[in-house]
Write a protein that binds this ligand. Structure first.
Ligand code: PEP
Ligand code: MG
Length: 894
């Protein structure tokens, strides 16, 4: 027989699927013998049954009344007993915490009679009426569907009538009157009376929790977070304890370690004479938890004992909600607590030292996202005072600039060198130029998947979004937050890692973690904790980690950050700057001789580039990719040229022949879809001499480094192929040049020749391609673009925020690999490539190579290495280590 209800004494923490997170932890605390007010949990299964059948599951009512009888027996009084009522709270508790569902109904069991009993038994009439008032209000709005604003208005009217500022100014008689007003309101709105039967109150509250699973906000949240719709929520029914019974009562929250820094000690807040809800609502100022030691030493000592018990039991930082009722401590909730990235690393190291967890478990509990946050500079919070406003930390880092209120102003000021912060209610694609120009973006609306957040993250720009405390007034070009008005041009500081906005220019502190990676400086405990996680990750990881770098400086930095080579050296920047002239000459050449001359002039410059990089990465592989972008990217802009020529004509001066030739070439080469045009290997196959020049430059750089006593390990990579035929042709040319240089120099140059796999056709024919390729590297940027048919340069700003909102995907497939589609192509190519050429070396060099979740996929797909930008190298090392730990618990640092 299915069972729908479990007493707290019957469950444990492993039953979270059935009992929800809160219910499982309440049961666990009960099992540990901690003082938990007795109660029971109605299972997620009961909720699922209710949601599918639309009616109360058969047998549920009986099970609830059985458990209730147990509670009543233990308490020695009955639910709603007229002279001394047992009161209950009803709370949601899904597997994952989920905003939008009904939260809590307190004081179930009060009615017109038992409120008198409560007044007598508590000796506090005001308390009794306030409790009843809260019940009628919460029940009326959440169960009976009366707009909560109506209750608030009634309360406001009464306060005005009595001439008092807050509800503490209302006495017992006022509150009794308010209860009557509320009940009338309910009757008016619903045609029903507030139920006077405690059993009915309980039954309807439980069903209302079930129903709230499908509340609009909860559904939206699930869609965005990809939480299945059919999990259902559990319901926790618990004996009420009261923190608002006088100065010897109170409520608080406690953490077993500091969730901000990870340090051990006593952390938390306490509010005397208050209920839990009041602590979170911030109606009065809380005091630090230590203060409880003075107010009630006995309860404080017991709380500390319980904190030690819980931390040892959960082997992790726990956060706790508790209530003290007339001096007696009650534990209301615990869970493994959220923490900052700093705390995650520190706690992992300390718990490992304390022998509570293994080094593997420690590594599983930190994450690459957190590590990346720790590598940014941050504000010196001791010097900045209170934030102006808080919002969602959408894109990490710290930035200072003058507030501006539209895109044009951002661009105007940035052009003359001013640093600006773009402040908007929310951004749209029209704001893009301003976002590019700004140091940071601040919005008052929208969440982590809003346009501002998605685009800023993509640009690596600091962003705080959804800072609801600020009121943006673009017309008057200012915003207000609390009592402060910030006019356009006023400097503010935006902390995208913490989601805070400060007035003025906050002083910046360099990241100690960054210094450690840059210069192996061990400055503090956090750095030690990070270093230990990195060392352990390096010990256990199977995946190699290389960097995408195309200058000697970047190569050297990547090496300091732990890169084991270069997985992608893009050569396009080597065609820019003062070399443009030579590239132009090559493109405009009318004869072979002219083209040869231009290429010959480029050769020594390219050779020099490669020599520097090979030197910085001496002894490690350097994968050089032959030129990829279409050639017209190296010519002046088409419109600019046309305007220049037209202007010359308008001034009566003779048109420049060079400009005319250039425009001609640009027009000839113009493509509507350059990303799908003459680029990658196609360019090498139709632009004579280009591949040969690049390969010669590489080969001669190898010779030069060898002669200098170095150990150069260049690898030559062909971009964007569709078919093995393309690779075969280019490969012949590459081998010829390598042979020529070997003969000329007397030094054997033997570079592996491989290809990028970045088009679906290449992935699907990887077996054939492997016959000609000594290695593969997945270009997942282009592979994502071409698999989805998404222009990588346009779509994120154009419509991704809408796609994310609709839950079509949870994260941009350009950020985290789409396992199902793009990932499937990767798996096919790995399997077929290795079947054709056993031991084929395979890496990835798209942006995904530095994305934590994607690194786990590449590990599982059997790749040999990931390659990412130098700053992401530590992230990739850490995640590669975590990926190698199978079967250990995982979790990120936030
Ligand atoms: C890719 O497409 O993933 C890649 C690494 O090449 P690029 O970004 O230079 O096109
Ligand atoms: Mg590419």
């Amino acid at each position: 027989m299915v069972r729908y209800v479990y007493a707290f004494t019957e469950g444990d923490r492993d039953m979270a699927d059935l009992l929800g997170g809160k219910g499982a932890n309440l049961a666990e605390m009960t099992r540990l013998g901690l003082p938990v007010p007795p109660g029971f949990t109605v299972t997620t299964e009961a909720c699922r049954t209710f949601l599918t059948t639309g009616s109360e599951p058969v047998g549920l009512a009986r099970e609830i009344s059985d458990r209730l009888a147990g509670l009543e027996e233990a308490a020695g009084r009955c639910l709603g007993q007229p002279d001394d009522p047992l009161l209950l709270s009803v709370r949601t508790g899904a597997r994952f915490s989920m905003p939008g569902m009904m939260e809590t109904i307190l004081n179930i069991g009060l009615d017109d009679e038992s409120v008198q009993g409560l007044a007598k038994s508590s000796g506090n009439e005001r308390f009794a009426w306030d409790s009843y008032r809260r019940l009628v209000q919460m029940f009326g709005s959440t169960v009976m569907g009366v707009g909560s604003n109506l209750f608030e208005e009634a309360m406001a009217d009464l306060k005005q009538d009595r001439g008092v500022a807050d509800d503490l100014g209302l006495d017992a008689a006022d509150l009794a009157e308010l209860v009557e007003t509320y009940k009338e309101l309910i009757h008016q709105e619903t045609g029903e009376s507030f139920p006077q039967s405690p059993a009915e109150q309980l039954q309807r509250a439980v069903l209302a929790v079930f129903q709230s699973w499908n509340a609009e906000r909860a559904r939206l949240y699930r869609r965005r977070e990809h939480i299945p719709d059919d999990l259902g929520t559990a319901v926790n029914v618990q004996t009420m304890v009261f923190g608002n019974l006088g100065p010897d009562s109170g409520s608080g929250v406690a953490f077993t370690r500091d969730p901000a820094t990870g340090r051990t000690g006593v952390y938390g807040d306490y509010l005397a004479n208050a209920q839990g809800e009041d602590v979170v609502a911030g109606i009065r100022n809380t005091v630090p938890l230590d203060e409880l030691g003075r107010l009630n030493p006995e309860a404080f000592d017991r709380l500390r004992d319980h904190m030690v018990t819980l931390e040892a039991h959960y082997r992790d930082l726990c956060d706790i909600e508790f209530t003290i009722e007339r001096g007696r401590l009650w534990m209301l909730q615990t869970r493994v607590g959220k923490r900052t990235a700093e705390a995650a690393f520190t706690i992992a190291a300390e718990l490992t030292d304390e022998g509570l967890i293994t080094a593997d478990e420690g590594l599983a509990r930190v994450g690459g996202d957190g590590l990346a946050r720790l590598m940014f500079p941050r504000f010196d919070t001791s010097a900045v005072g209170d934030p102006l406003a808080h919002g969602i930390p959408a894109s990490p880092g710290a930035a200072v600039g003058a507030a501006v209120f539209d895109s044009a102003e951002a661009v105007r000021r940035a052009t003359v060198g001013e640093k600006v912060v773009l402040v908007r209610e929310e951004t749209t694609p029209d704001d893009l130029p301003g976002m590019v120009a700004a140091q940071a973006v601040l919005t008052s609306r929208g969440g982590k998947t809003s346009h501002a957040a998605v685009v800023a993250r993509g640009m690596g720009k600091v962003c705080v979004c959804g800072a609801e405390e600020i009121m943006v007034d673009p017309q008057r070009r200012r915003f207000t937050a609390g009592g402060t008005t910030v006019e356009e041009g006023t400097v503010i500081s935006v902390d995208g890692s913490e989601g805070a906005v400060y007035p003025g220019a906050a002083p910046l502190i360099d990241s100690a973690v960054m210094k450690y990676f840059e210069a192996s400086e061990h400055t503090d405990g956090l750095v030690d904790a990070v270093a230990r996680a990195m060392e352990h990750a390096d010990r256990v990881r199977r995946l190699g980690v290389r960097a995408n770098a195309d200058t000697p400086e970047d190569a050297a930095r990547a090496r300091r950050f732990g890169a084991e080579g270069i997985g992608l050296c893009r050569t396009e920047h080597m065609f820019l700057g003062d070399r443009r002239q030579l590239v132009e000459a090559m493109i405009l050449a009318r004869t072979n001789a002219e083209r040869e001359r231009a290429l010959t002039a480029l050769l020594p410059l390219q050779r020099q580039d490669f020599t520097g990089i090979l030197e910085a990465m001496d002894g490690l592989p350097v994968t050089v990719r032959l030129l990829d972008p279409p050639l017209h990217e190296f010519l002046p802009d088409r419109t600019e040229l046309a305007v220049r020529l037209a202007a010359a004509e308008a001034h009566g001066s003779p048109p420049s022949e060079h400009d005319a030739d250039l425009l001609d070439a640009v027009n000839r080469m113009h493509e509507e879809n350059p990303m799908l045009g003459l680029r990658g290997v196609r360019l090498g196959l139709v632009a004579p001499g280009l591949v040969a020049m690049q390969v010669r430059a590489i080969a001669e750089a190898v010779v030069e480094r060898r002669r200098a006593g170095g150990d150069p390990r260049a690898e030559i990579m062909v971009p964007l192929i569709d078919t093995v035929e393309e690779l075969r042709l280019v490969r012949q040319e590459v081998e010829q040049v390598l042979a020529d240089v070997s003969t000329e120099s007397g030094v054997t140059v033997d570079c592996p020749i491989g290809t990028m796999i970045e088009l679906p056709r290449a992935a699907l024919t990887a077996g054939r391609i492997a016959e000609e390729a000594q290695f593969f590297s997945f270009g997942t940027n282009d592979l994502t673009q071409t698999t989805w048919g998404f222009s990588r340069d346009d779509v994120e700003a154009a419509f991704f925020s809408a796609y994310l909102d609709k839950g079509i995907f949870k994260v941009s497939p350009f950020e985290t690999i789409d396992r199902e589609g793009v990932g499937r192509l990767v798996e096919i190519a790995v399997a077929e490539g290795r079947a054709a050429r056993p031991g084929l070396k395979i890496g990835v060099c798209g942006e995904h190579g530095g994305d934590p979740e994607s690194v786990h996929f590449f590990h599982a797909a059997g790749l040999d290495y990931v390659s990412c930008s130098p700053f992401r190298v530590p992230v990739a090392r850490l995640e590669a280590g975590r990926a190698a730990l199978s079967g250990t618990e995982t979790g990120d640092s936030r």
